[in-house]
Ligand binder design. Structure first.
Ligand SMILES: Cc1ncc(COP(=O)(O)O)c(C=O)c1O
Length: 422
């Protein structure tokens, strides 16, 4: 494909995506297809596509050929792919956790793909590696992370490595910039894996490689300060995972949830969850940095094009919508809010009739099914102390109060169908 074909096809694709956003509200938010929906399609359309492509090559010039093929491709996307998509960008999406894109994130991804930036070491794309350090310092400052976590931090402890080009540069950076810094990982789970490996190496370096089987990982579903103290006392690696809630801490009124992070060895949050940067982009900061890999353009675009104040407004708006939803739930005597809401997630359920938890669990399961199969809203669930709980997570960029109100109306109507009106 040459530059003119790219221009032609790229405009068509952007038009298609812009139109998608115009109609997204009317599309069933949870995909309604049966298993193997696409596999069945692909089997028959493979031969058809080959025949069409052969004919087109005979009939069209280069530009009109690519135009025609993009036209066929977009028709296929509309007919076959979109019905099998669950629309995380939909304003009616309230399931699991937010994981959203934005115009800025999308443009950054486009730039990165178009220029084909491969940054697995400094020399493969110097600007990409350095941009990652700069951008994660910006984000680290927005989160008011301690200096130790920043590339521009003030530790001057030089670590010697091998004499490859990257290792030399790494040493120069350590000297000039300090040891700490951020690296972008694919997911929070990857970030946790990376720090586990780093922690393992650090401890084995101290106690000897033969002690591998004696190593233990402590984790808690409700992290407690005892864990932090134990880590400090015994020189254990202490990691803080703020995959979802980390974004909220760019607002001064929520920053106190990160108090104590200065005691940690590493910290991560997902810009691809609640900070308008499309998947994948999990930011991991360490006090002793591993060498960067670089996929930071989209995060750079997000921080540059929105800026701190707009991002703070974005977070606060979702939290206010969650407060509003929480109030709606509290006002209906058939429901209860199950755990205190802090950010934009509300955990709630239909109260079990006659305190019968088994019946209550089934009821809430049926309510979830009824809402999700309507295609008009998508929520998810969890199990807390044996109780089936509904989760309403607000975080899609297009969600407004009217979408929250509409979702609540669906929940109320389906609840009435199951147990009657209050
Ligand atoms: C605290 C926490 N850690 C980890 C994860 C998993 O994130 P990822 O899918 O990026 O691995 C989540 C997802 O919601 C989370 O909330």
């Amino acid at each position: 494909m040459d530059a003119e074909q790219l221009r032609e096809c790229g405009h068509k694709m952007v038009d298609f995506i812009a139109d998608y956003y115009k109609t997204i509200e009317t599309i069933p938010v949870l995909s309604q297809v049966e298993v193997a929906h696409l596999l069945n399609f692909i089997f028959f359309s493979f031969f058809f596509t080959l025949v069409v492509a052969e004919c087109a090559i005979l009939c069209f010039t280069d530009v009109s050929l690519s135009h025609f093929l993009v036209f066929c491709l977009i028709a296929d996307v509309k007919a076959k792919i979109l019905p099998g998509v669950t629309h995380w960008q939909s304003p009616n999406y309230f399931a699991y956790y937010p994981s959203n894109s934005s115009i800025a994130g999308f443009l950054g991804e486009m730039l990165s793909a178009g220029v084909n930036i491969v940054g697995f070491s400094w020399i493969t794309s110097p600007a990409a590696t350095e941009l990652e350090m700069i951008v994660l310092d910006w984000l680290g400052k927005m989160l008011k992370l301690p200096e130790d976590f920043l590339s521009s931090g003030n530790h001057l402890d030089v670590r010697l490595g091998s004499n490859s080009c990257d290792k030399v540069l790494q040493r120069i950076w350590y000297y000039v910039l300090g040891q700490g810094g951020g690296v972008i990982q694919g997911t929070a789970s990857e970030a946790v894996l990376v720090v586990l490996l780093a922690a393992r190496d650090k401890v084995l370096g101290r106690v000897g490689k033969n002690s591998l089987e004696k190593l233990v990982v402590y984790a808690s579903d409700q992290t407690h300060s005892a864990l932090q103290k134990a880590c400090q006392k015994n020189g254990i690696w202490f990691h803080v995972d703020a995959a979802y809630a980390g974004s909220a801490c760019i607002c001064p009124e929520y920053r106190h949830y990160l108090d104590g992070v200065e005691e940690a060895d590493s910290f991560n949050m997902n810009a691809h969850k609640w900070l308008l940067t499309n998947f994948d982009c999990s930011a991991l900061w360490v006090k002793v940095r591993v060498f960067p890999v670089s996929i930071s353009l989209k995060l750079w675009m997000v921080l540059r094009l929105y800026g701190l104040e707009n991002l703070q407004c974005y977070i606060r708006n979702h939290i206010n919508l969650a407060k509003y939803f929480e109030g709606l739930v509290a006002g209906d005597s058939r429901f209860e809010v199950v755990s205190p809401r802090i950010f934009s997630l509300v955990c709630f359920r239909l109260l079990p009739p006659d305190d019968n938890e088994d019946v209550g669990n089934k009821l809430n399961h049926d309510l979830l099914d009824a809402v999700n199969s309507s295609g008009r809203a998508f929520i998810s669930h969890t199990v807390l102390s044996g109780k089936y709980i509904l989760r309403f997570a607000i975080g899609a960029p297009l969600t407004e109060e009217r979408h929250v109100a509409a979702a609540w109306k669906i929940l109320q109507d389906e609840a009435s169908a199951l147990i009657g009106v209050p």
